[in-house]
Ligand binder design. Structure first.
Ligand code: ATP
Ligand code: MG
Length: 578
């Protein structure tokens, strides 16, 4: 491609709207433009990067035996009612009405549609296993779209769905996808981890996320410093050992109410009583389809809402506005506590281990001191409800957990029969018995993968694309357009590169060398070739790797060293797991 002809509107200034590196660089490199919140146009170079990721995905999905299809983006409400998700998916689901007042949604994911397709076609175990995938635009009305393609509302996803005869066979499909995903993200040049994860709105029993480690990531991963355990903090558990605690001292003084005006936060209450925040109980009201509930955790820990939702067996969960709580209980949130509360309790497993604690007195301006579990309050709903933090112990080996930030680029789920039972997608097994299909589903965010790759590969001058996903493998800079000889040599090289199918951006613009160097750095082609008057006279082309790892002078008269350098760059798949 000639730069002079390419629709590649690079920006010199830092775009004000961008908060993270990848978003900034994708705007500056003319890859994307925002149309509305979380909705982006992909410009030619942006689309080239996406297509490269898609090509890797297709290659590896096909290798794993999956077959590509394309499902409709617009889905009828009836299917979502059948699965039960019409009511529970919430506001992320973009609901639309057609001219006949029929309800539809713009697909955020396709479990219902694929299950519907397969239930009409698959009858017998002989047609299984089956793995179908598509690469398609999804819409999720995200509450906080941000970071460009990282968290859009409209975005491109590869989603795959497997169908098997039983759990064991589904496990094999899952493992196959796990391996395919490892190859895909390795080929994309990413440093990633496969970690245990929560199944979220998709549901199912078991899942792994593929997380690209990056400071800007919205996810946090807990991993053990001693063993291979790694999990999203949404899911991670710390090791728990019940303390060897003596029975509560019968002589311990009774709990006493103490006036604590204007002390509503854990910190301010801890300071008031001169105790550690861990000796305060944090009590929070949650509302779910199961009603209200008071969740109680040690004051120095954060509540993990996903664990709360799981412990309640709830379909949805939210924190009601403080004004609603005040209306309901006549109390500001800062004075809630478990003693004599009218609300159902859910207590973190560490709470019964605490000695006498301080908690809200359910009375405006008061806290209780000397509160003892089992004497002053108790409940039979005790579970792990807190977020792990660095220094907690690994649930497998007891080693120390560390927390790293990362970007979830892929997610694989064992769905079991959640959708096939609801949608009555069954098959006849070898004995002629009718059984529900056992499913798995597997997603990759295509745009998010490109963004994540940039988060891991950039410098102060711009993007340093990994070769496999680079829109242009080579930037060829003609520094002396006025010289017929230099230009002829550039044109010849340009034609040869194109002839070999190597994506090259030939900078034939009438611009100063400084501008060309800047743009070449910005767009991140892995190899830069420069030809000007001086180098031409010396019979060489200057070659420089974008990541700064090497510079070389290649002979103008002999292409062999250039072809072998490019072959080396292309073959750098040493990171693929065997
Ligand atoms: P997140 O927790 O980040 O919202 P998710 O768990 O909702 O992700 P899945 O339903 O598993 O995501 O979707 C599969 C993949 O689609 C994700 O791994 C991610 O790469 C991509 N993805 C999901 N939501 C978005 C989004 N809003 N913008 C871009 N990519 C997304
Ligand atoms: Mg999501």
């Amino acid at each position: 491609m000639r730069f002079s002809r390419m629709y590649l509107p690079t920006l010199k200034e830092e775009p004000a709207e961008a908060e993270v590196i990848s978003h900034r660089l994708m705007l500056r490199a003319g890859m994307v433009r925002r149309l509305a919140a979380g909705i982006y146009s992909y410009l030619p170079m942006g689309l080239m990067a996406l297509r490269n990721v898609e090509a890797i995905i297709r290659q590896e999905m096909n290798r794993a035996g999956a077959q590509e299809l394309l499902l409709p983006a617009v889905q009828p409400a009836e299917l979502w009612q059948e699965s039960g998700r019409w009511d529970f998916y919430g506001k992320e689901l973009l609901r639309i009405t057609d001219r006949h007042q029929r309800n539809f949604c713009f697909g955020p994911t396709h479990e219902e549609v694929i299950t519907d397709l397969v239930r009409h076609e698959v009858r017998s175990y002989r047609q299984l296993p089956l793995n179908l995938y598509q690469i398609q635009t999804k819409f999720r009305d995200e509450i906080r779209p941000r970071f460009g393609l990282m968290r859009g509302r409209e975005f491109i996803m590869k989603d795959a769905y497997s169908f098997d005869v039983d759990d064991a066979a589904a496990g094999i499909s899952y493992q196959g996808m796990r391996e395919a995903y490892s190859r895909i993200f390795s080929l994309c040049g990413l440093d990633f981890r496969a970690v245990e994860a929560d199944s979220g709105a998709i549901g199912g029993s078991f899942s792994h996320e593929f997380v690209v480690l990056a400071e800007s990531g919205e996810d946090a991963v807990a991993s053990c410093q001693a063993c291979a355990y790694a999990a999203n903090v949404e899911k991670a558990e710390g090791r728990f050992a019940a303390a060897d605690k003596c029975a509560a001292d019968a002589a311990a003084p009774a709990a006493a109410a103490v006036a604590t005006p204007d002390r509503e936060s854990v910190e301010s209450v801890a300071a008031f009583f001169k105790v550690d925040p861990g000796a305060i109980l944090k009590s929070m009201i949650f509302e779910s389809d199961r009603g209200f509930c008071l969740v109680v955790v040690p004051g120095d820990r954060e509540v993990n809402e996903i664990k709360v939702k799981a412990a309640l067996g709830a379909e949805w969960l939210e924190i009601p506005a403080p004004s609603r709580i005040a209306d309901e209980l006549g109390l500001p949130v800062g004075y809630l506590g478990p003693v004599d509360t009218v609300l159902p309790l859910l207590v973190d497993r560490q709470v019964p281990e605490l000695e006498a604690v301080v908690c809200g007195a359910n009375r405006h301006g008061f806290h209780l001191q000397g509160v003892i579990w089992g004497r002053d309050f108790s409940c039979n709903k005790v579970a792990d409800l807190v977020q792990v933090r660095a220094g907690d112990r690994c649930p497998r080996c007891g080693g120390l957990l560390q927390i790293d930030r990362g970007i979830e680029v892929g997610h694989i789920f064992k769905l079991g029969t959640k959708y096939s039972e609801k949608l009555k997608a069954t098959f006849l097994d070898q004995e002629g018995q009718e059984r529900p299909l056992v499913m798995g589903c597997y997603g990759i965010g295509v745009g998010r993968t490109v963004a994540a790759a940039i988060e891991q590969h950039y410098d102060e001058n711009g993007i340093c694309f990994p070769y496999a996903i680079a829109p242009f493998k080579v930037a060829l800079l003609n520094l002396d357009l006025k010289s017929a000889e230099v230009t002829a040599a550039c044109e010849a090289l340009y034609a040869e590169l194109e002839g070999r199918g190597i994506a090259v951006l030939y900078d034939d613009r009438n611009e100063r060398p400084g501008v060309k160097f800047k743009d070449a750095d910005l767009i991140g082609a892995p190899l830069r070739l420069t030809l000007g008057r001086k180098s031409f006279e010396r019979g060489i082309i200057e070659a420089r790797l974008r990541d700064g790892s090497s510079n070389a002078e290649l002979p103008l008269a002999d292409r062999a060293p250039l072809w072998s350098l490019l072959a080396e760059l292309a073959a750098d798949d040493s990171r693929i797991p065997s």
